[in-house]
Design a protein around this ligand. Structure first.
Ligand SMILES: *Cc1c(COP(=O)(O)O)cnc(C)c1O
Length: 457
């Protein structure tokens, strides 16, 4: 039962732990919780949808999942997500709700908040944002007024949609100025950040990116923000899981507000997280509810608590370090296959690569890889370069793969991209696709992310 494990892992809230254990014991006294066996119920009632869910689980297991933004949550996280907490309305915060019957979800949210604070050494945490973008929206709402100037990484250089895209609320409601990376090194140009901050006097400086494979220099960003009297917002959506595991530096001591997702390297449910100093706590809370959201999604909040509990353990620390070791090995091995790795490698879980050295465009490259069962994303590359590929090692590391498998993945990717695998190809496929696809299937079959689904589904 996830709640039992959750409560025993929470040294900071003994009263909450006791009450949750009582609730669990009560539930355990019943023959079987109503939501256990939920998948079988879905299968009986709606085989069409059940088939889609099972098919998606099989797709995830049968391919090499190299998307830098994805991971495999634990069965405990999935259990919280599929629980009757999904039924509960709980507008407001623990102890101050607009709905009745919130006693138990209050406990779940308090545990999530306490665990997030302990995990990241933060003075305050808000676990209600529905997504990473909702967390960024709330951070801006807490600190800025429409029309304010914000300095963030330019989108073509690696900024997120919420960092000023004209198609997003951020670009519509704020005046964004974009900094970038140096042409020679691919690293953030801190001289440019400082010069732009002096010239534009932004109200907030944002650091964080969707594709930057190195650690931001949070102290340098803090210094620049201080010089012009700006807030520092760290959008750590990607590295927050590495930060939790001690495998990346933390922005928490430097940033006024840290925005994050819980579903990338952190391996929790899809959702957002905000961390901040105590002095900003009530502004941040009010910016989430009631300013930008209604009721929290309590099943997701509970699943976040489970994920924070997992991330606090030594197994997750080992995991986070292995993710970085795997990503470094993969980056070096891809370079040996003739791909150009941006910044020459990675310090994180992710890397971006230029495939033009193989005389391929990114979409064709992604398609050839997909035909062989290798799933990853295309991404923009800085300074007007043709788009490239972005990939990460978080999911395959969860599956238990290590350095030898990373080397093998790079060889298989090289073969897929060059059309060199053994065994021919189906109609419309590149030469060698069949052989590489079989080799990929053999590799992933040795590392199932979950217990296999029965064949009849
Ligand atoms: C993923 C990401 C987000 C947004 O997360 P969603 O949950 O997709 O809304 C925000 N900022 C950065 C830097 C990200 O990488």
């Amino acid at each position: 039962m996830p709640a039992t494990r959750a409560s025993t892992r929470d040294p900071g809230a003994p009263a909450a732990a006791e009450a949750a254990t009582e609730a669990t014991a009560e539930a355990a006294g019943r023959p079987r919780p109503v939501w256990e066996g939920g998948f079988e119920a879905l299968l009986r009632q709606d085989p069409e949808l059940a088939g889609i869910l099972a098919g998606e689980a099989r797709r995830q297991a049968d391919g090499l999942q190299l998307s830098a933004a994805e991971n495999f949550t634990s069965p405990a996280v999935l259990a919280a997500l599929g629980s009757p907490l999904a039924n509960k309305y709980a507008e407001g915060y623990p102890g101050a709700r607009h709905h009745g019957g919130c006693e138990l979800v209050d406990l779940a949210e308090r545990i999530a908040v306490d665990r997030a604070k302990a995990l990241f050494g933060a003075e305050h945490a808000n676990v209600q944002p529905h997504s990473g973008s909702s967390a960024v929206l709330a951070a801006y709402a807490a600190l800025l007024c429409p029309g304010d100037t914000v300095l963030a990484m330019a989108l073509p250089q690696g900024g997120h949609l919420t960092h000023g895209s004209p198609a997003n609320f951020s670009g519509r409601w704020f005046d964004f100025v974009g900094y970038g990376v140096r042409r020679d090194t691919g690293l953030i140009d801190y001289d440019q950040v400082r010069a732009l901050a002096r010239a534009h006097r932004p109200k907030a400086v944002v650091c964080g990116s969707v594709s930057y494979p190195r650690h931001p220099d949070y102290a340098a960003f803090r210094d620049i923000a201080d010089e012009v009297g700006a807030y520092l917002v760290a959008d750590a959506a990607h590295p927050i899981g590495l930060i939790a595991g001690g495998a990346a530096p933390s922005p928490v001591p430097y940033a006024d507000v840290v925005c994050a997702t819980t579903h990338k390297v952190l391996r929790g449910p899809r959702g957002g997280l905000l961390l901040c100093r105590a002095g900003l706590a009530s502004r941040i809370d009010r910016a989430v509810f009631p300013f930008t959201q209604g009721g929290g999604q309590m099943h997701t909040v509970a699943a976040k608590a489970v994920a924070f509990g997992e991330a606090a353990g030594p197994a997750f620390t080992a995991y986070a370090h292995q993710v970085v070791a795997n990503a470094r090995t993969l980056a070096a091995a891809l370079a040996a296959e003739g791909l150009t790795v941006t910044t020459g490698g990675t310090d994180t879980h992710m890397m971006t690569v230029d495939v033009s050295g193989l005389v391929l465009d990114a979409l064709t490259a992604r398609g050839r890889l997909a035909a062989c069962g290798v799933v990853l994303d295309t991404c923009g590359l800085p300074h007007g370069a043709a788009p490239g590929l972005r990939l990460g090692a978080a999911a395959v590391t969860t599956q238990g793969m290590r350095e030898p498998e990373m080397a093998r993945i790079a060889v298989l990717m090289g073969a897929a991209l060059r059309g060199e695998g053994p065994g021919g190809a189906g109609a419309g496929e590149t030469r060698g696709t069949r052989g590489t696809r079989a080799a990929v299937a053999e590799l992933v079959a040795a590392f199932p992310p979950y217990p296999p689904y029965p064949d009849h589904i």
